[in-house]
Write a protein that binds this ligand. Sequence first.
Ligand SMILES: NC(=O)c1ccc[n+]([C@@H]2O[C@H](COP(=O)([O-])OP(=O)(O)OC[C@H]3O[C@@H](n4cnc5c(N)ncnc54)[C@H](O)[C@@H]3O)[C@@H](O)[C@H]2O)c1
Ligand SMILES: O=C(O)C[C@H](O)C(=O)O
Length: 348
Amino acid sequence: MKAAILRSLLRKSSTVAPSSSYVLRRGFSSELAPERKVAILGAAGGIGQPLSLLMKLNPLVSKLALYDIAGTPGVAADVSHINTRSEVTGYMGDDQLKQALEGSDVVIIPAGVPRKPGMTRDDLFNINAGIVKSLCSAIGKYCPNALVTVISNPVNSTVPIAAEVFKGLGVYDEKKLLGVTTLDVVRAKTFYAGKAKVNVAEVNVPVVGGHAGITILPLFSQASPRANLSDEDIKALTKRTQDGGTEVVEAKAGKGSATLSMAYAGAIFADACLKGLNGVPDVVECSFVQSTVTELPFFASKVRLGKNGVEEVLGLGLLSEFEQQGLEALKPELKSSIEKGIKFVHQS
Ligand SMILES: NC(=O)c1ccc[n+]([C@@H]2O[C@H](COP(=O)([O-])OP(=O)(O)OC[C@H]3O[C@@H](n4cnc5c(N)ncnc54)[C@H](O)[C@@H]3O)[C@@H](O)[C@H]2O)c1
Ligand SMILES: O=C(O)C[C@H](O)C(=O)O
């Protein structure tokens, strides 16, 4: 009897879930989702290309606009052959930026130069600040209601830059500007699972603060599933999470920084934003946003995503003494990076 029921269930599930498209849909939602346009600015780069691929696999996207200053026709032609829902269009150069942006629900910005060994993220400021400023000026003009997710470094300054540009254009909505810190969470989960010997798929670790060196503060005291790690283990995990970007930059030895893991993290974050916009309840991710969680005007913490973007900035919860010290230690650096971004917009 049991065997007959099982056989019938297996028959049913195989008719609902045909092979390859089912595999690609895992982790994403239904194809009966509303129309959503996603634009990727910097789509031909090291992050941009795999991110374009991952967003093409996401059934929540109906239009995928790929923009870069060079190389987008090839990337767009390539990605467009994949038999998933979204229609892909490539745009190249300033005079096509308007078309790329118009009608966008979500804009993802991985445009800008990456680090080489020996550099800090702040060393990228001189080039990337101007790139983010000019892209955000166009976003403010052509799709002011879009949710904007900023990957370009230094995130601790580029997000405040974007905010000031939008304020200058009279279109700033703090709920719609999000710095992408998901890679810190991805790393913290991976490193914690390895040390605690727990299933990585079940791990949750909030990472707060910012996205550079000691401003990255993983809260392992709140990690789940709980594990009995020593203070030394926690210190080492914290340091490895803070130095995760540098670990990749050094391993790539001059050929850039994290691209594949970042594309994964960016795709997870964009998917959460789309789910929020579509009204899926209880979508929570960490992100660097306008905040009153501390005295700093921008701060990364857990945020609840919804139909308007950031619906709620969640507090830090209970911190261990070690984390409390880390929080106080990160504030001066984060404050100065935020101020540097704000000043840049008003002086340039
Ligand atoms: N937030 C994070 O966690 C995180 C993680 C990894 C990398 N990053 C940052 O992401 C950025 C991109 O990294 P990458 O490895 O993809 O670099 P990359 O050099 O491989 O690609 C950058 C792309 O941006 C394009 N670009 C430059 N100026 C542009 C403009 N004005 N408009 C549109 N596109 C423009 C370039 O043509 C290039 O294709 C860097 O600043 C890097 O530091 C952030
Ligand atoms: O480390 C970098 O420069 C890139 C990125 O911010 C990362 O964390 O990998």
